[in-house]
Design a protein around this ligand. Structure first.
Ligand SMILES: [Zn+2]
Length: 364
């Protein structure tokens, strides 16, 4: 929300007077960092702070107040509802940064959200695989809970969220494969160009609920340049398909490229890729993983009950590539149990078991 400053004051001083968290206030007004706010200037604050700033000498609240509509992140997300809710989150929590890290084949933006002020850079992503769209909901829901705890200065499971905010920089890409998710949830897109090939790949069925790949029939999590040739040789599809086809070469697809470029730019210390299903966590890759990976996965296992699996015979995945090329910790978390796509009715159980993993990824 927006507030009007009644008299000129440096932003940090204003935070002190209002007893609001200085870092969150500064990060909500990045362009005004380290300077005095002029009389009558408008600044942003998190909506939740409204209750702390009633009747005070320094600010008037509710200038052009946008309706802070009730935001429910506990729902299936397609690319449109994700974009809408990201905008709502940004209005409620103006310290969130949003970047478009690339565009899908159908030109849908792929968003990265970042928050935090620390040195430890942690990245999480979901919906690499289209029929695993529930992972986007779990990420968004956990993020909302983290944000709420932050602005209200609450702990989450005994962890001070503001300390985590100051120690870490969190990067989230909630939906890596927006075209695929839209295909699974909404059916055929309005793109004449892709309709015939999609139907052909899908055995002429209009039921795309099992679709895992991107809109061109390439499995985005088989696109990374680490032993890609092994997967290319042994995966059964030899042409684009609803699942498992690694493409004609590594990193041909814009969604996979966007994530690879993000990793190169951001130099994350740790990545978590959320998939479904199996209640397992893959944490090793050809013994290239650092020692800390084992400690971290033990904590994940303790909190979630998910089984820690060091070795699986799989290559060319996002996490495989990250661990191999950077020698840093990467985890694939297989949320829930059953047959993909997991029904949304599993959400509460998945969330209950996995929420500790998100938090531990920050404090470990
Ligand atoms: Zn998957």
């Amino acid at each position: 929300m927006f507030v009007r400053v009644k008299k000129a004051i440096p932003l940090k001083e204003l935070a002190n007077h209002l007893k609001l968290n200085e870092q969150l206030l500064v990060d909500s007004n990045r362009d005004k960092r380290n300077r005095t706010i002029d009389e009558n200037e408008i600044i942003c604050i998190p909506d939740a702070w409204k209750k702390y700033i009633q009747n005070n000498l320094f600010v008037d609240c509710e200038v052009n107040q946008t309706k802070s509509s009730e935001l429910t992140t506990k729902k299936p997300y397609n690319s449109v509802t994700l974009e809408q809710d990201i905008e709502k989150l940004q209005l409620q929590y103006p310290f969130i940064n949003k970047q478009v890290i690339g565009y899908s084949v159908l030109n849908t933006p792929i968003y990265e959200l970042t928050i935090g002020h620390g040195k430890k850079k942690i990245h999480m992503n979901g919906s690499f695989h289209a029929n695993e769209w529930i992972t986007t909901s779990v990420i968004m829901h956990w993020f909302q809970n983290y944000l709420e705890a932050l602005v209200n200065d609450h702990d989450l499971d005994g962890q001070s969220c503001i300390d985590l905010y100051n120690d870490t920089k969190l990067s989230l890409v909630p939906m890596v494969n927006p075209d695929g998710v839209d295909l699974v949830l909404n059916g055929l897109p309005d793109h004449i160009e892709y309709e015939p090939s999609l139907l052909q790949m899908n055995d002429l069925s209009i039921d795309f609920s099992q679709w895992k790949a991107n809109i061109r029939g390439i499995d985005l999590n088989n696109q990374y340049p680490v032993k890609w040739e092994i997967e290319k040789a042994r995966k059964l599809p030899k042409a684009p398909a609803p699942r498992d086809y690694p493409g004609d070469a590594p990193l041909t697809e814009p969604e996979a490229i966007a994530l690879a470029e993000l990793v190169k730019r951001s130099q994350f210390d740790r990545v978590l890729a959320f998939h479904t299903q199996g209640e397992e966590i893959y944490w090793g890759y050809l013994r290239k993983e650092p020692v800390e990976a084992e400690e971290i996965v033990k904590e994940f296992n303790k909190l979630s009950g998910y089984k820690a699996v060091r070795d699986i015979d799989s290559h060319a995945g996002f996490r495989d590539w990250f661990v191999n090329d950077w020698r840093r910790s990467g985890f694939t978390i297989e949320l829930g149990i059953g047959t993909n796509p997991l029904p949304f009715s599993q959400f509460d159980e998945i969330y209950r078991k996995s929420k500790g993993i998100f938090l531990a990824a920050l404090y470990m």
